[in-house]
Ligand binder design. Sequence first.
Ligand code: M6R
Length: 611
Amino acid sequence: MCGIVGAVAQRDVAEILVEGLRRLEYRGYDSAGVAILDTECNLQRVRRLGKVKELADAVDSNPITGGTGIAHTRWATHGEPSEANAHPHVSGENIALVHNGIIENHEELRSLLTERGYSFASQTDTEVIAHLVEWELRSAKTLLEAVQKTAAQLEGAYGTVVMDRRDPERLVVARSGSPLVIGLGIGENFLASDQLALLNVTRRFMFLEEGDVAEITRREVNIFDLNGEPVAREVHESNLQQDAADKGQYRHFMQKEIYQQPSALINTMEGRISNDTVIVESIGAGAADILRNVEHVQIVACGTSYNAGMTARYWFEALAGVSCDVEIASEFRYRKFVTRPNSLLITLSQSGETADTLAALRLAKEKGYMSAMTICNVAGSSLVRESDLAFMTRAGTEIGVASTKAFTTQLATMLMFVTALGKQKGVIDPKKEKEIVTSLHQLPAQIEKALAFDKPIEQLAEDFADKHHALFLGRGEFYPIAMEGSLKLKEISYIHAEAYAAGELKHGPLALIDADMPVIVVAPTNDLLEKLKSNIEEVRARGGLLYVFADSDAGFEECEGMKIITMPKVDEFIAPIFYTIPMQLLSYHVALIKGTDVDQPRNLAKAVTVE
Ligand code: M6R
C-alpha cells in the first residue's frame, strides 16, 4: 500500500525523502513522487510512474533543494497508475499533500468542490483532500485548524500530510485508519508510514493514534486527539536493525527472509519455553486467567496469516481440546455471527495494520468475546495497541511481499500458545508438554536441514517454468500448508495454483488432472498417510504429474510420473512448520526462472491497509 515520508529540517531533505521511499518499496506501489519547498518557498514537485529509481534519477538530474518536503509511493485504488494520479497532489500554488488510504465520500466531496470552482487534475480520491484544505484555509487561522476541519469531513481511512507554501517550516499530519509515525531528530523532525523509512535519520519514534492530528516543525511536535485536545504520545526507541532494509548477501528480500527462519524462530521462542515447559506468564499479564476460562477460540486473519490460523485450528482441537473456528477477516466482519460463550478472539497478522483484520477486531469487541488477543509481528501496530493481549511473533522486519518467516514464526507462536492453553485447562500433561517443547527446541536446527534442500528444489523448479496451473494437496494440518504453498506459488510466479484437502479431489478437481497439471503433495508419515496415498493413486491413475514431499518412513518409491523429495523425519508437532520450507523454496525458484518481481509481485502490497 502507499508509503509516506516527510521531513522538516535545516538541511536539504530530498535525499532523505527518496531514501525513505526506497525503504518503503516493499509495501508495493506503482508510482512515486516528492514535493519540496525551496529556500524561496517555491513548491517543487517531481512525480514518476514506475519505480522509486525513476524518481531518484529525475531528482538527481534536476536537484531540488529545501528543508521541508513530503514524498509518496502510490498503490493505485482510484484512478490508473499514472504520473497525473501520482502524489503529491496540489491545490492552487500553495497546498501540497500526500495520502494513504481511501476516502469513501470522495465523489460527494468532488461535486461540492467542483461547485465551489475547483478543478481536478487527477482521478484520485486524494485530490479532494488537497482542495478541501485549501478551502478551509480561506477561513481558518492556521494550517492545523484547516486540516482538523477537513478531517471532520472525510469518511474512510487516511494517513495524510499537508504542506503549505506560505507556512514553509511546518507539516500537518492526520491519521485515521492508516498508520503514521513521527521520527524525532535534533533540530529536525520526520514522519513516515513505517519507522523503517527513517532508521537512517532517527531511532526515536512516536506513533500517532486514531483521530490524531499533529503539527511538526523543526523544533516541535504538537499532537491533538480526536476531540482537538492536546495529547502526549509516548516516545519509543526503535529496536529494529539498521540493516533491516538491506538485502545483504541475498538476491532478494524473500530469499533473505527464508534463510532467516532458524534465527527468527530462536527469537520467537526465547524466554517463552524452558527446558520442558511453556512459560505461561510470557504470554502477558492476566493470560493464565484468560486461558483457564477459554472454551472456544475464534481466529480471524487474511492471506498467509489465515493459513497459519487454519493450521493452528488442528492444534487447538487435537492438543488443547478447545474448539476453534477460523475465518477470513473480510467475511467475518460482514457476517452476522453468533459469539460462543467464553470465546477468545485471536487476530493473526504480520503487519498489525490489515484493514479487514482490524475492523474484525473492532467489531468483535462489541460482540461479547471474553478477550481479544493478537498474534502479531509489528510492535506498536494498530492490532497490538487495540487488543487486550499481544503475543508477538518476533520474526523481525519482513520486507518481501510474500510472507515467509512471518508464517513460520506465527505457527511457532501458536504452538506455544496452544500448549499453554492445554496445560492451563489440564488437557496437556507434563509429559506431553515436554514432548512438544522438546520438538520446539529442535525446530531451528530442523529448519536448517530443510533449507539444505535448496539445490534439489532449484532443479525441480525447472519443471514448473512452462506450466500455467498447479495443484497442492495435503490432509489434516498439512492441508493449510498446501494452501500456503499454493498461495506462495501464485503470488510470486503468477502460476495459477489451487490447494485442496486431498480427500476432496474426487469431488471435482480430479477432472483437471492431466500431464500439464503438476500436483504437489505434502505427505509426511502420520495417521492420514494411507488415506493420502489413495488420493495420490487417484492422480497417478489419471496420468497426473506428482511431486511428493515425504520422509523416508512414508515408503514412497519414485516412478514414472511421480518424483519423491525425501525429507528428514521430524516430530509431528513441528512437521507443518518444517514442510513449509520446501514450499517456499519451490515458489522462490520458480519465480526466479520466470523472471518475476519476487519481492514486489504485481498488483500486491505488503500491508493491506485499505478494504
Ligand atoms: O499483515 P497481515 O499478516 O495481516 O497480512 C495479511 C495478508 O495480506 C498477507 O498474509 C499476505 O497474504 C501475504 N503477504 C502473502 O504472502
